[in-house]
Ligand binder design. Structure first.
Ligand code: ATP
Ligand code: MG
Ligand code: MG
Length: 349
């Protein structure tokens, strides 16, 4: 059977490895950190830094196709790997999603709506952007942000300097604050032959910048549901994408606004493990391994809840509850803000 190379060994890499193993495929995980969660599941683990050329070459040699569980893989690493084995999803999806400015330019170029945004290379540009966009606004680092890190809210222009300081010298963009009623996401997949499959949109609630729950079905009018699915398909096709993508959307009275895209399996797609015949992890493995896409139709109403930090103490109680599917990531200490696991609760089967 084929061997899937996975860059990154966190919980997403772990669940991808489980899905691959169910399909009789083996996984080789590459992660710079010691004892990554995916390492307990994958057949082979390489612990080496992203710039270790010998380790990267040996990794590429041992696999048939390379995928990833996070989008911030260094460019030089990708250049080397791409010259050795197919990397799916491909380079364009990574380039677009690694940089919030490139991402917004790409999305607006497709005719999709985003928050108003400006590149802010310096203080003068920030002041000019604030004058145009107004407040409230959010300053975000262009690169490497996740779980709301690298963001500063600006409620009034006088806070501009402090917000810029919070970026720590990193390049940033200013986004106008979107007055949304709620947030949803579409998990979409595209196969090597170009077929697209979308899961039903889920409704997401964040706390302290971290995803807390995803509820299915999302509150969406039929037209909005269709719009969400179609715009996701448009993004995947434009990127000639292979694999699963998460598309985060704001729901507003003026329509759907794209927040950001993630070129990988997505936390807000974990509900598919309990709601669908083929979940997002198997779907992604199918796509990158060149299999046909599976059936992503939803058979149940599901609430996914992340177990963050101390939430994991509730596991004994959750284990006694009916209709609760438990996923633990095998991580060590439960630090605040650390994703330790999640549960999928079947609300209506
Ligand atoms: P993730 O962990 O999803 O990658 P992230 O760090 O990339 O998160 P964003 O998705 O950009 O951050 O923002 C996190 C949350 O902050 C959003 O889900 C939303 O609730 C809020 N937010 C971000 N941008 C805006 C905006 N322009 N207007 C209103 N709310 C916003
Ligand atoms: Mg993000
Ligand atoms: Mg986000």
């Amino acid at each position: 059977g084929a061997v899937i190379g996975i860059l990154g060994g966190g919980q997403l890499g772990r669940m991808l490895s489980v899905a691959a193993s169910r399909l009789g495929l083996r996984c080789h995980v590459y992660d710079p950190g010691a004892n990554p969660p995916a390492g307990h599941v994958a057949e082979t683990v390489t612990t080496a830094p992203w710039d270790d050329e010998a380790a990267l070459r040996a990794f590429a040699d041992s696999v048939d196709v390379i995928t990833y569980e996070f989008e911030n893989i260094p460019t030089a690493t990708l250049d080397l790997l791409e010259s050795l084995k197919p990397v799916r999803p491909g380079r364009r999806a990574l380039a677009v999603s690694q940089d919030r400015l490139t991402e917004k330019d790409f999305l607006t170029g497709l005719g999709l709506k985003t928050a108003p945004y400006r590149d802010v290379p310096d203080r003068a540009a920030l002041d000019a952007a604030l004058a145009e966009i107004g407040t409230p606004a959010i300053l975000k680092t262009r690169r490497l942000g996740y779980d709301g890190k690298g963001q500063a809210r600006i409620m009034e222009p006088a806070q501009a300097g402090a917000a810029l300081d919070e970026m720590g010298g990193a390049e940033a963009i200013l986004e106008g604050f979107v007055d949304f009623t709620h947030e949803v996401s579409v998990i979409a997949a595209r196969g090597v032959t170009g077929e697209v499959a979308c899961y039903d949109p889920g409704e997401n609630v964040h706390r302290d910048g971290i995803l807390r729950t995803t509820t299915l079905p999302a509150r969406l009018a039929p037209g909005q549901h269709m719009d969400a699915v179609l715009l996701a398909g448009k993004i995947l096709n434009a990127l000639d994408y292979v694999g699963v993508m998460g598309v985060e959307l704001f729901v507003t009275p003026r329509g759907l606004i794209v927040n950001e895209i993630a070129p990988r399996v997505h936390n807000s797609g974990h509900w598919t493990q309990a709601g669908c015949t083929v979940d997002q992890f198997e779907q992604h493995i199918r796509a990158v391994a060149g299999w046909p896409l599976g059936n992503g139709q939803r058979y149940a109403d599901v609430v996914m809840e992340n177990l963050i930090g101390d939430d994991v103490d509730r596991v004994p109680e959750l284990a006694r509850a009916a209709d609760v599917q438990i996923h633990l990531y095998g991580k060590g200490a439960a630090r605040p803000g650390r994703k330790m696991g999640h549960v999928n609760r079947i609300v209506r089967g």
